[in-house]
Write a protein that binds this ligand. Structure first.
Ligand code: NAD
Ligand code: GLY
Length: 356
C-alpha cells in the first residue's frame, strides 16, 4: 500500500492506495463517534457494501443509504434522501458519513457531510478510476442544477480517502476510459514526463494492468494533492484541474446528465481547449496530435456532439464558475505539461473552435 497526504494544516488527511486494502485497521481510526452512515448506490452496493460493512468496527451503529445510480440523480431531490435517512436514524453531529461509489456518490455524500448539522465527519471510498484520481481528493462536493453542472455545493475535505484498485475488476470498460481522461489531464496540465509515460503505457492501462493502474492512480493523486495544498479554494492554480471542463460541462448539460459520461465530455472538451491553444500558437500541431492519439487510444471521444452549435456552447459556458466580471476565463495550454487560466485569447478563434 502507498500513502499520500493532502497537506492542509489541521485538516490534512491521508490517501491510501493499493490492492485489497479495505480493512478495519485502516478505517477505524478515522471514525470519530459511534454512528456511521454509508452512502452508496444500487450498482455498487451489491458489489462492495458487504466488504465495507465487514471492515467497520463492531461497536458502531451502521446505517446505509442506497441512492439510485446515475448522474441524472445528482440533484437536490436525491441529496435529500441522505438527509431523510440521517434524520430517520437519528444521527447526531458526531456521525461519520462514508461515500462508497464513484464521483456521483462521493460528491453527493460530501455535500451532505458538509451541510448535515453544519458539518460532520466524512470518509471517501472511491470505486471508479475517475473518483480515485480526482473527485475523492480535494474537497469539491455538490450536485447539479438543470441549468449547470455542479452549480450547488461546498468545499469540504474528507478525513480519509481509501483508493482500493481491486474494485476496477468490475468497472465497465467505458467507465475505465472515462477515468483515464482525468489521468491524461494531469499529464497535460502539470507533468510532461507523466504525459510521456501515459503515451508509453496507455495499452497497459486499457488492459487493466495492475501495476500500471496503481502508478497512474498514485501519480494523479500526488499531483492533485500538490495542487490542492497550494490552492484549496481555487483562486489560482487549482483552476488548471479544469482543463477541458468548461467545454465538457457544457456538453454534459446540453446532452442531458449521464448521456455523455463526465470523462468523455472532458476528453472532447480538452481537445477543444488544445485546438484553441494551438490557434493561439502556444502549442504546436504535433502537440495536439499527440494528445488526440492518447485520447483515441483510451477509447475516448475527441470531437464534441454533432448536435451542439456555437450558440449552445456560448450559452452554457456563460454560467461557468470561471466567469469573472462577465469575461469567460479558460484553462488553456502554454506547452504540454503547463496550463494557464486566461481570458486573453482570441474570441474569434474560440468561435472557430466551437464551430469546427
Ligand atoms: P459515477 O459515480 O456515475 O460512476 C460511474 C458508474 O460506475 C456508475 O454507474 C457507478 O454505479 C458505477 N460503478 C462505480 N464503481 C464501480 C465498480 N467498482 N464496479 C462497477 N461499477 C461501478 O461516475 P464517476 O465517473 O465516478 O464520477 C463522475 C462524477 O464525478 C461527475 O458527477 C463529476 O461531476 C464528478 N467529479 C467531481 C470532481 C470533484 O472534484 N469533486 C472531479 C471530477 C468529477
Ligand atoms: N476536479 C477539479 C478540482 O478538483 O478542482
Amino acid at each position: 500500500m502507498q500513502t499520500l497526504t493532502v497537506n492542509l494544516g489541521d485538516r490534512s488527511y491521508p490517501i491510501f492506495i493499493g490492492q485489497d486494502i479495505l480493512s478495519e485497521a485502516l478505517i477505524a481510526p478515522f471514525i470519530k463517534g459511534t454512528q456511521v452512515m454509508v452512502v452508496t448506490n444500487d450498482t455498487v452496493s451489491p458489489l462492495y457494501l458487504d466488504t465495507l460493512l465487514g471492515c467497520l468496527p463492531t461497536g458502531n451503529a451502521v446505517d446505509v443509504t442506497v441512492l439510485p445510480d446515475g448522474e441524472s440523480f445528482k440533484d437536490l431531490t436525491h441529496l435529500n434522501l441522505i438527509f431523510d435517512r440521517l434524520l430517520e436514524c437519528r444521527h447526531n453531529r458526531t456521525t461519520t458519513l462514508i461515500a462508497l461509489g464513484g464521483g456521483v456518490v462521493g460528491d453527493m455524500t460530501g455535500f451532505a457531510a458538509a451541510s448535515y448539522q453544519r458539518g460532520v465527519n466524512f470518509i471517501q471510498i472511491p470505486t471508479t478510476v475517475l473518483s480515485q484520481v480526482d473527485s475523492s481528493v480535494g474537497g469539491k462536493t455538490g450536485v447539479n442544477h438543470s441549468m449547470g453542472k455542479n452549480m450547488i455545493g461546498a468545499f469540504y475535505q474528507p478525513q480519509l480517502v481509501v483508493a482500493d484498485i481491486s474494485v476496477f475488476s468490475t468497472l465497465p470498460d467505458r467507465e475505465l476510459s472515462a477515468g483515464l481522461a482525468e489521468v491524461i489531464k494531469y499529464g497535460l496540465i502539470y507533468d510532461y514526463s507523466f504525459f510521456c509515460w501515459l503515451e508509453d503505457n496507455i495499452e497497459r492501462l486499457i488492459a487493466r494492468d495492475a501495476d500500471a493502474l496503481a502508478y497512474a492512480i498514485f501519480r494523479s493523486c500526488e499531483i492533485k494533492a500538490e495542487v490542492v495544498a497550494q490552492d484549496e479554494k481555487e483562486s489560482g492554480i487549482r483552476a488548471w484541474l479544469n482543463l477541458g471542463h468548461t467545454f465538457g460541462h457544457a456538453i454534459e448539460t446540453h446532452q442531458g446528465y449521464g448521456n455523455w459520461l463526465h470523462g468523455e465530455a472532458v476528453s472532447a472538451g480538452t481537445m477543444m481547449a488544445l485546438l484553441l491553444s494551438c490557434e493561439m500558437k502556444w502549442i504546436s500541431d504535433e502537440d495536439v496530435s499527440r494528445a488526440r492519439m492518447l485520447f483515441e487510444k483510451a477509447n475516448l471521444p475527441i470531437l464534441p456532439p454533432e448536435n451542439m452549435s456555437e450558440k449552445d456552447f456560448i450559452e452554457l459556458m456563460s454560467v461557468d464558475k470561471k466567469v469573472l466580471n462577465g469575461e469567460l476565463r479558460l484553462v488553456l495550454l502554454k506547452s504540454l505539461g503547463k496550463a494557464v487560466v486566461t481570458a486573453d485569447y482570441s474570441k474569434e478563434k474560440l468561435m472557430s473552435v466551437l464551430g469546427a
